[in-house]
Design a binder for this molecule. Sequence first.
Ligand SMILES: *Cc1c(COP(=O)(O)O)cnc(C)c1O
Length: 467
Amino acid sequence: MYYQSTRGQAPVLSFEEVLLTGLAQDGGLYLPVEWPGFSAPAWRSLGGADYRVLAQRMLAPFVGAPIAAQLSEALEVAYAGFAHKSVAPLVQLQPNLWLLELFHGPTLAFKDVAMQLLGQLFERVLTACGERLTVVGATSGDTGSAAIEALKGSGAVEVFILHPKGRPSEVQRRQMTTVQANNVHNIAIEGTFDDCQDLVKALFNDHAFRDRFHLSAVNSINWARILAQSVYYAYAALALGAPERKIDFVVPTGNFGNIFAGYVTQHMGLPMGKLVVAANSNDILPRFLESGHMSLGAVQPTLSPSMDIQISSNFERLLFEALDRDGARVAALLQGFREKGAFTLEEEAMAYILERFAGARLNDSGTLAEIERTYGETGYLLDPHTAIGVAAARKRLAAGAGATVVLSTAHPAKFPAAVEKACGQRPALPARLSGLFEREERYSILPSDPAGLKGFIGDRVSGSLAA
Ligand SMILES: *Cc1c(COP(=O)(O)O)cnc(C)c1O
């Protein structure tokens, strides 16, 4: 299987190369050149399969032969630490409404499902080729801890995670800074999340530095993360009657990575209902779905911080698909977006998107009301991101929608303040995280300055890697 860039100007790469590269040289994102698919009987035969078995079957056609041979083992190790044996259990809230709990991994958010597998694949690919990498990433909270948990202790990777000093919640910070592994380096940057992202970009744009230290990113544009996430859509749909029954999925959305994974599953031939983008007050995507017009606003902080995003990087992948995989048109559209902060999509492409996607939005007071309502009716505690999805699903069901699955993207204990404010209950940390507040923290504080950061990384990597 080969992969092409959404902007059409970068060389095609193998899965292994795409795994380690992230962004394409022309600034685009990678997608498979063709979509492998399964017939209805093949899907049917996978109903009731163990999560890892389903994953093995779905992922094998997308990866190269060397990885395919190790996939089973990588999946076993990746999901061994999950607190629920089925990896992604379904919980029913009311008739026709289910939650897909994706937060049973080590850091309590759905990002673990993909990142734990990514860590295993990195280790195997790097060991096979005898290479070492330096992973550098910026985080506002969830991505950093998921990456650290996935890569800690690796002999082939040094990990540097930048967070804006004082911004992540205490739970989020401690999930990163209490990990005691020699290859993990936490850096609190004196600045904002945008400053952290700019620093990472500056490192990657310094090509001499990038090549000398073999820089790599594990952010949400990484194709392997999307691919790993496509598995749980099929897992839930098959459990609820697919391929005969079409299930709607509601997805709390930020960077559009998670929901695009649903599109991938659909493209592998699994009949599916609508994919619903659930957004908070940062509602650029629902507005686009209503109007065909994408226009950038300022990021507003909300109770669902992992969705406080205006530019959803992975949306570029859907544009590429909707524009008949014409990289030149995607590049032109995005160029205009960068210059004017807005673009309008032509009718035919819009129709392609609306056939598959719908949008919904909810502000903070609606989010609190949904947490309270669900707790009152069922005793179940929703995290604020998931609550936005549940409210959207209820509205759709009232208007006649069929069987609906809401992706539950975080455990309520990850956002205890919002949950307590909504319903007076403070969610307890699961047992596997007990002790988080007693463990010793370790991190460095650096100014928002690329030269200082390069020196910091150089000091810690040079002995082991640089020539
Ligand atoms: C990352 C995250 C999201 C957004 O997912 P995308 O793939 O960026 O759309 C939603 N909820 C939680 C809890 C997250 O951590």
